[in-house]
Design a protein around this ligand. Structure first.
Ligand SMILES: CC(C)(COP(=O)(O)OP(=O)(O)OC[C@H]1O[C@@H](n2cnc3c(N)ncnc32)[C@H](O)[C@@H]1OP(=O)(O)O)[C@@H](O)C(=O)NCCC(=O)NCCS
Length: 342
């Protein structure tokens, strides 16, 4: 059954290929889901080449009508749904639902052992209503902010005394082996990832199941940095990813601390390091830069806003009205999309 195309009401449902890059980009530009911060055009060729990622398309006469993708993580146990798009002129006609049902059929044929479906999303009004249906259970709620970087961080640092006390020297880039060691130290892992979830590039990874393959996937897209105390215990971890978007360069920074009072300073240290890298990269590529920061709700939103807007001198970015995002999970049977068309 796997790989078989479906034709319903003149619409073809099938696996996407690299040849669909332009059609998928045109669809995504029409939908413009993230106000200039869409990642799909940039990552699509990579997604298509990844063995554990499955990309699906609904099309008619060569025009992409809907798109979605999934990635299997946690050793094949969890399918993360991503990048759902449906052309504005065909929305609410069930095309996306049919594509989703088609995906479920395909992924079941290819990987019958997957057990659950997860996703991440802004905690929008739609999400609040959707979660009331109680199909999915929220695993984690975190803050998210996009800040437009308008000034060179070097100028900001030189001008600001309060920055001198931020422990930037403690931050170091870590390799996969070092990340593995952090996750194998159970008490540190429990403090850093109490929800058993490391969300990197909007993908929630378990920190206890199939951690080697999850770490490999995280490093495939991102770079990881950490800080350590004087006993060598990890005190914070971030994953950082550069994404070329229609707006410019988007720098995603996902912060995890140990929940103590030092977390805010450590987050600021990571932001400063990443700001310098992002700024230099944006100058090199002659593009505008935006930093998107994701952090635990224990660190108040106002404090991070104050640092970004008043100390760094950045501006508010897209989706300001939604400062939180969630990750949610459901058993595959519960999440199953039913459509009379398949
Ligand atoms: C979400 C989206 C793909 C739905 O496409 P569609 O072709 O209109 O969908 P269908 O007609 O097949 O089915 C509608 C279903 O979409 C779901 N839906 C609508 N808006 C949604 C959203 N923002 N997020 C997730 N699902 C959504 C609804 O649950 C609805 O199901 P229901 O009829 O049981 O309520 C489309 O609205 C879209 O492209 N939105 C912008 C991009 C986006 O927000 N994507 C979200 C996932 S990344």
């Amino acid at each position: 059954m796997s790989g078989k195309k479906l034709e319903i009401d003149g619409v073809t449902y099938r696996r996407a290929t690299l040849a669909d890059h332009r059609a998928v980009t045109e669809l995504s530009n029409d939908v413009n889901p993230y106000e200039g911060l869409d990642y799909l055009e940039y990552f699509f060729p990579k997604y298509i080449s990844q063995g554990n990622r499955h990309c699906y398309l609904a099309e008619k006469n060569g025009k992409a009508l809907a798109y979605m993708q999934n990635i299997l993580v946690d050793g094949g146990l969890t399918a993360i749904g991503q990048a759902g798009r449906s052309a504005p002129d065909v929305q609410h006609k069930g095309i996306y639902k049919t594509l989703f049902a088609y995906f479920e059929r395909e992924v079941n044929a290819m990987n019958p052992h997957y057990e659950r479906v997860s996703y991440t999303a802004y905690l929008s009004d739609f999400q609040k209503k959707f979660l009331k249906k109680a199909i999915y259970k929220v695993v984690d709620t975190r803050f998210v902010r996009a800040y437009k970087m308008n000034t060179s961080p070097t100028t900001t640092i030189a001008d600001n005394d309060s920055i001198q006390n931020i422990p930037v020297k403690e931050v170091k880039q870590i390799n996969m082996q070092e990340m593995l060691e952090i996750l194998c130290d159970l008490s540190t892992k429990q403090k850093l990832f109490p929800k058993d979830s490391f969300i990197s590039l909007w993908m929630p990874f378990s920190t206890s199941i199939a951690i080697q393959s999850n770490i490999k996937q995280i490093y495939d897209d991102s770079t990881v940095y950490a800080t350590f105390d004087k006993n060598g215990r990890c005190t914070s971890v971030i994953s950082a990813t550069i994404i070329h978007c229609p707006y410019g360069l988007r720098y995603d920074v996902n912060f995890y601390g140990t929940g103590g009072s030092a977390d805010l300073q450590l987050l600021k240290a990571h932001i400063l390091i990443q700001a310098k890298l992002a700024w230099d990269y944006s100058i090199e590529h002659n593009r505008k830069a935006i930093m998107k920061i994701f952090w635990p709700t224990e660190i108040p939103l106002e404090m991070v806003d104050d640092f970004a807007l008043n100390v760094m001198g950045w501006d508010k970015g897209p989706f300001w009205q939604y400062p939180q995002y969630i990750s949610a999970v459901a058993d595959k049977e519960k999440a199953q999309v039913t459509t009379s068309k398949l």
